[in-house]
Write a protein that binds this ligand. Structure first.
Ligand code: NDP
Length: 446
């Protein structure tokens, strides 16, 4: 389905930001699914909602100089995109990875607007990062980098303005260093970052939230197909924060997780991945996933990532990075009988892969819905910080579970209402968009 207004806005984005492939990809997917909404609500064009929503409210790019252990000066580039504050303070993670650039941060920030809206909590959308690679760096180098990064970022963020969290390459260690530096410079203690340690304002279940949430979302998709995780074979890409806890929850619900990966390759364990071993390798030793086979002799390591999708499974949970699952891999999954795919990562499936899943009627949960549990629990962390209270693990997990059920319902209902029943890509985009667009209209032309 095409629409002149949508086409015009898409063209202008491509012209204004040439060469930003990931950003174009994310905007195209959202805008195309909004066509029926735009046709039904002519006032949206009059209010210039699409032109405004694709343009970030503010983009900050800054130099991050730091000194490595050999005494050499290193320089990285820091970014923060404050995308849309219609629903609340900008909220979205910080990514440290050599591939970080404006296209990637803008695609993530744009997605975040709709994801945060879907959670039902009052959070705007933003994202940030740096082309810094924490891999192979000492703790002291990581600390010096984080301190330098925050020495610029602190002027742009605040508990009621912009509240970053972790993402690829940013876990508890990095958040701790950044929080310390923010507090030192501003001389204020408030919940300016989420994903904090439990001894200084963090929330129980935040570490587990994205992975658990993804599985809760997938469980709802499976329920619609009158089935569950019990006895299912699951393949999960990645072995970071999201992948580990998705594996843990899937196993708790009776599934067998056959494989996990990192950027070097994947391990296949026919007896089921031992999550404790992966946790120890990744969270404690910061080792490569290939080390897993030293501890589990029956497991097999394969170099390279894409072949992970050739392992026959019932459920696939891509939890590593963008565009990691292409059309060919999607076809292989479908051929091998996969019935459900829930994206723990952001935009891990290419547009071709998404089309393969939708056409084959595989239950498909797009990242902005399926991985929203992380930011939702960050929202719960903000609420606890404001109250100076700490809720129990069970309380947070219960709220997270309910939020994921609600997100699934909103996406499903919106898809039905706009004539594409079962298409949760359209449903999530539409449901997320409607709320933000409504507020943007009420707030006038800003
Ligand atoms: P981590 O840094 O903890 O883990 C990332 C995992 O993905 C690692 O196993 C990493 O391998 C692998 N990976 C990274 N880049 C590539 C690549 N180019 N090719 C193959 N594998 C790769 O990050 P998270 O688990 O936090 O994030 C994973 C995904 O989930 C990202 O898309 C992120 O945006 C998304 N997400 C995260 C949330 C959170 O709360 N953490 C919330 C919502 C979404 P290696 O170690 O070799 O680099």
């Amino acid at each position: 389905m095409s629409n002149e207004y949508v086409g015009k806005v898409l063209e202008s984005v491509k012209k204004r930001y040439p060469g930003e492939a990931e950003f174009h990809q994310a905007v195209t997917e959202v805008l195309e699914s909004l066509v029926p909404v735009i046709e039904k609500n002519k006032d949206l064009e009059e209010a210039g909602i699409l032109e405004r929503i694709v343009e970030p409210e503010r983009q900050i790019i800054f130099r991050v100089p730091w000194v490595d252990d050999k005494g050499k000066v290193q320089v990285n580039r820091g970014l923060r995109v404050q995308y849309n504050s219609a629903l609340g303070p900008y909220k979205g993670g910080i990514r440290f990875h050599p591939s970080v650039n404006t296209s990637i941060i803008k695609f993530l920030g744009f997605e975040q607007i709709f994801k945060n809206s879907l959670t039902g909590l009052m959070m705007g959308g933003g994202k940030g990062g740096a082309d810094f690679d924490p891999k192979g760096k000492s703790d002291n180098e990581v600390m010096r980098f984080c301190q330098s990064f925050m020495t610029e970022l602190y002027r742009h963020i605040d508990a009621d303005t912009d509240v970053p969290a972790g993402d690829i390459g940013v876990g508890g260690r990095e958040i701790g260093f950044m929080f310390g530096q923010y507090k030192r410079i501003k001389n204020i203690w408030h919940g300016v970052l989420t994903g904090k340690g439990l001894n200084y304002g963090g929330s129980l279940a935040r570490t587990e939230a994205t992975g658990y949430g993804c599985v809760y979302f997938c469980e709802e998709m499976l329920k619609d197909r009158k089935t569950s995780f019990e006895g299912k074979k699951v393949v999960i890409s990645g072995s970071g924060n999201v992948a580990i806890y998705a594996a843990q929850k899937a196993q708790a619900l009776g599934a067998k997780v056959l494989a996990v990966s990192d950027s070097g390759g994947f391990v296949y364990d026919p007896d089921g991945i031992k999550v404790d071993i992966v946790k120890d390798l990744k969270e404690v030793k910061r080792a490569r996933i290939s080390e897993y086979v030293k501890e589990v002799k029956s497991a097999k390591y394969t170099e390279g990532c894409s072949k992970i999708w050739e392992i026959p499974c019932d459920v696939a949970l891509p939890c590593a990075t963008q565009n990691e699952l292409d059309g060919k891999s999607a076809e292989m999954l479908v051929k091998n009988g996969c019935i459900a795919v829930a994206e723990g990562a952001n935009m891990p499936s290419t547009p071709e892969a998404v089309q393969v899943f939708l056409k084959a009627k595989v239950a498909f949960g797009p990242g902005k819905a399926a991985n929203a549990g992380g930011v939702a629990t960050s929202g719960l962390e903000m609420a606890q910080d404001s109250q100076r209270l700490m809720w129990s693990f069970e309380e947070v997990d219960k709220k997270l579970h309910q939020i994921m059920i609600n997100i699934h319902k909103s996406a499903k209902n919106a898809a039905e209402e706009y004539g594409t029943a079962g298409n949760l890509v359209n449903g999530a985009n539409i449901a997320g968009f409607m709320k933000v667009a409504g507020v943007m209209k009420s707030n006038g032309v800003i």
